[in-house]
Design a protein around this ligand. Structure first.
Ligand SMILES: [Zn+2]
Length: 52
């Protein structure tokens, strides 16, 4: 059973890492590069907010 807990923990750690990297890198110094990622640009292809 411990591996289930470890898996869930690792999952949330990864989620948090991706989220904070997104927030502090992409919405900081890399915003110009990342900006169109948040703008609806008429593309049918819409990625979710996870950049990595
Ligand atoms: Zn973003």
């Amino acid at each position: 059973m411990w591996f289930t807990i470890a898996f869930i923990l690792a999952f949330f750690l990864m989620e948090g890492g991706a989220w904070s990297a997104h927030k502090y890198l992409m919405h900081g110094p890399l915003w110009s590069w990342h900006e169109d990622h948040h703008k609806p640009n008429g593309n049918l292809f819409q990625k979710n907010d996870r950049f990595f």
